[in-house]
Design a protein around this ligand. Structure first.
Ligand code: KIV
Length: 275
């Protein structure tokens, strides 16, 4: 059955954990969907893990639509959330609504995600009022990496923790149906999770969140440029891929691949007429 915003709220109400993974292409999305993961995030981490940028700043609306639509084509049940890229919503409420609409119409999203708290609430309110579900994103918000001065845990001081709680209430009030908490101390995330009526989805925010999200290349050991502490590698597909690539190179050089069974036949009399 197709997962919806109601699935998210029901899970929170029943105390059942939600699962979310990123995907950026059709075949990975299909595998994740078939594994029964509740939601697929077409994250702007696309910039890092797919496009090779050092941050998410350069990711465009066209990038998100292109990859979002590929993911949507591979999904039957999971709720597809597409990230609004840097400067597609910060500039004005009008831009936010128009760009959220494009992610729904052209990217075939079921919901959009945007970063920020109180300052971005007018955008969240306006988008949700058009009927587009919104996931908020608080804590370490990678689009503000230049303002943060690096990838740092957020909400550690009393003031910062109080601000994070205020932001969480504000995005809920503005209409967000879930909130991602990134790189937040576990005990603070637990307080926010208990106080909010909407589900929290944690990444580096401890186990008390209502759900968890990971970048799939991180959890499969496919991306080694930067591995945050909060990542658990469930396997090392990177090693498996490299080994297969080496074996392929070796077999091609030694004439082992392609073998007879990998080829197509033609009648000998046809071949004879070609000489
Ligand atoms: O872009 C992304 O992958 C994200 C997750 C880290 C939550 O926003």
């Amino acid at each position: 059955m197709k997962k919806t915003v109601h699935t998210f709220q029901e899970a929170k109400n029943l105390g059942e954990k939600l699962t979310m993974l990123t995907a950026y292409d059709y075949s990975t999305a299909k595998l994740i969907d078939e594994a029964g993961i509740d939601s697929i995030l077409v994250g702007d981490s696309l910039g890092n893990v797919v496009l090779g940028y050092e941050d998410t700043i350069s990711v465009t609306m066209e990038d998100m639509i292109h990859h979002g639509a590929a993911v949507a084509r591979g999904v039957k049940e999971a709720l597809v959330v597409i990230d609004m890229p840097f400067m597609s919503y910060q500039t004005s409420v009008y831009d936010a609504v128009v760009n959220a609409g494009r992610l729904m119409k052209e990217g075939r999203a079921n919901a959009v995600k945007l970063e920020g708290g109180i300052s971005i609430c007018p955008q969240i309110k306006a988008i949700t009022e058009t009927g587009i579900p919104v996931v908020a994103h608080l804590g370490l918000t990678p689009q503000s990496i230049n303002a943060f001065g690096g990838f740092k845990v957020q909400g550690k001081s009393e003031d910062a923790a109080k601000k994070l709680i205020e932001d969480a209430f504000a995005v809920q009030e503005a209409g967000a149906f879930a909130v991602v908490l990134e790189c937040v101390p576990g005990k603070l995330a637990a307080i926010i999770t208990e106080k909010l009526s909407i589900p929290t989805i944690g990444i580096g925010a401890g186990k008390e969140c209502d759900g968890q999200v990971l970048v799939y290349q991180d959890m499969l050991g496919m991306f080694s440029d930067f591995v945050p502490k909060f990542v658990k590698q469930y396997t090392n597909v990177g090693h498996v891929m490299k080994e297969a690539f080496r074996q392929y190179k070796d077999e091609v050089s030694r004439g082992i691949f392609p073998a007879e069974e990998n080829g197509y036949k033609i009648d000998d009399d046809v071949i004879e007429k070609l000489y």
